[in-house]
Every structure is written in structure tokens, then in C-alpha cells.
Design a protein. Sequence first.
Length: 411
Amino acid sequence: ELVTCGPSATPRSGAAQGDADIIHNGAVAFTGDKIVGVGPTEEIMHRFRGEDTDLIDATGKTVTPGLVDAHTHLIWAGWRDEEYEMRLKGATYLEIMQAGGGIMSTVTATRLAAEDELKRLAKVRLERMLAHGTTTVEIKSGYGLSVEDELKSLRAIRSLNEELQEAGSGPRIAATFLGAHAIPAEYKGKENDYIDLICNEMLPQVAAESLAEWCDAFCDIRAFDAEQTRRILSTAKSLGLGTRLHANEFARVGAVQVAAEMGCSSADHLLVLEPEDIEALMVAGTIAVLLPGTPLGLGLGSYAPARALIEAGVPVALATDCNPGTCPSENLVLMISLACSQMKMTPAEAIVAATINSAYSLNRGEILGSLEVGKLADIVLWDAPNHRHLAYHFGVNLAEMVFVGGRRLQI
Ligand code: NIG
Ligand code: FE
């Protein structure tokens, strides 16, 4: 099966999300870093096979676009496995956070780590993502929470990106500034001073050094309220950054409405949604980035209402949320599987979500995310007889070959 997810001139929503445009006995041809042909194998062989053509026989297997992970927090130091065990014994994520653990414990460890160390740690995680078929990764800062440490985190992302691009050896990276991930301890009781710091110092420096394409904020209970989020995102927009938002993960504090009103590219998490929230996302054309690894990691037992979103015509994307607190997994295929078993998405909907729709959420839908002539040759060959196996045959790695820009990378 050649799962093309194309042509897709826009994110796929509603019934179109459920059609991954699969060609049975299909083939894809690429030259340099671009796709030059997609179609039935016989036709592609006839048109493109020359004397020096490298031929990869995918008989009995499945080929998809490279997966796009649109929401990760890869830049961190220090693990939180003790917290995990505390939660297993009954403590909740928000209780641990209020007691000074949670995000703040990762902030302490990340502040102590040098830029090079953060880069080295993130590289290992990126390699693991690539090995599971992910070829584009969004990476957020957000465990620095001071001017110096947020810039250090973003510089680590940039330097990693440059290194991988030069070596032609890793996934593509999109950087996001998430200074509004938590109120750092030293700003307790003077939250608005921290918002000032973000708007007056952090964001202008991030923009001046072009350290991030996107700005995100954690708009939720015990995090940033709607008003503070509005201020941060509008400052980011005025500096030329795109916007995306952690919305409705734990409580409804108006995050979805802020995302819709600010024209955010995506609203992410969406675990607690009312029909009016879904309506707002639909009207605004905001992509819903769902992160089923997070409720799995937290043991919540309830997932985002993917079916209601799809039925309302909201384009749905999938991501790992890879972070040390709620979901340390690098495996986006696992999220495809959870999307099906827990959120009742079809395998085709979930694959569309993790490829073309994620690509659109990162403003890359016109250059990658589907197998279409002219797009970047980011392609995965899976040891799977058809696309359903990506969801159905879960918990193991089925990725067999991964190509980024036409180059087969070592996995
Ligand atoms: O997306 N919600 C905020 N951020 C992360 C968790 C970060 C952490 O616990 O370290 C999330 O789930
Ligand atoms: Fe997150």
C-alpha cells in the first residue's frame, strides 16, 4: 500500500480526514530531495526506471509520508520517574505541581545543564523519533523560564538543527518559544512581572536572533490565564512569530477561545471540551493537535473527543507531547495506535493526522506531509502488510527504512 495522503491543498477535515488516498500496488519515485512520481507501480516503473535507478522492493509492505510530530518538549535535563511512581500511588499531576515538583523540577535541572548538554540529550531523543518514522519534529523551549535559560534552550535547538541539516542526518526541526510554560518560583505572587519579562525581554530577543518560528503558552488552571495568554501571543504575533496553544488540558479557562480569536495555527491537548469549544475551533479553522500519550502517561483514562472534532469538521493532528512529566515517549506511531483504540479514529484518519495535518499545523503542508510530486521526499517504509497495521500491531517498531529529503538515514 502506498499511503499518499495527497493531494492535499489544505489540512484534511471531516470525511476527507478519513481518506488517506491509498494506492494499492503503488510506487513513489524521487530524485535528489524531491518526489517526481507517485502512482501505480507499473506506470511509475515505466516512466522513471533507468539504468542507474535504485530500486527498493516494497512488495507486501506499506509506504507512508514521514511522520510529523507537531508538539514536543524535547529540550530538558533530568527525569521525573519518582513523580511517576507518586502518581501511581494516588498523587495527581496538579498536586505535585503545587508542591513545587512537576515542571519546576525539570526547570531546576535544565537551568543547571549547559547548552551542549541539552543539545546532546535532545539529539538522542530525536534519533529515537527518527527510528520510529518521524521525519519532522516541533521542539519547544519552556524549561528555562529565565531570559538566559530560555535563550540557551532555543540556541541548543538551533545548533542541533544546523548540525543535523549539515550532516543530512536527522529529522527536520521547527522551534517554538514556550517561555509561558509555568510561573517560575522567583515570580510567585508577581505573575504579571513574569508576563512583562516574556513580552519585553524574552520575545524581542527570540525574534531578534530568529530563534523560534512559533510562540506557545500553557493556558490552563494553575498556569497562564486567558488574559495573560492574549498578551503574550499578541506580542509574539507583532514580532512576526506564528502562534499555537496548550489549550483545555486540565480545565476550561477560555484557552480555546483565545486560540480561535488570535488565529492560532493549532490548539493542543483539548481533553476538556464543550460543544461551543469545538464550534469555535471549527469556525476559526484551528487545527486540533491531539496528544493521547499524555492521558496514557497520566493514567487519566479519558481522551480528547476526536470523533466529535472530526464530525464537526475540525482538522485533527496527532503528536507525542514528548516531555519528562506527562509523556516521555518518542514514538508517534504509538499515538496513532492510541488514537484508534482510545479515541476511535480510523487508522486512515490517524495517519492523515500524523502526516499532512501535522505538517499544516507547522505551516509546512505545502512542502511535506504527503507523497505528492514536487514535495520533499520524506518517506517511511513499514514492515506492515497494510496501513491498518500501524495502529493494530502496536507497541513494537515497524519502521524499516526512513528517508529524509531522499536520503536513506540509518535507524
Ligand atoms: O504538555 N502542559 C504542559 N506541558 C506539558 C507537561 C510538561 C511537564 O510536566 O513537564 C504537557 O503535558
Ligand atoms: Fe505539551
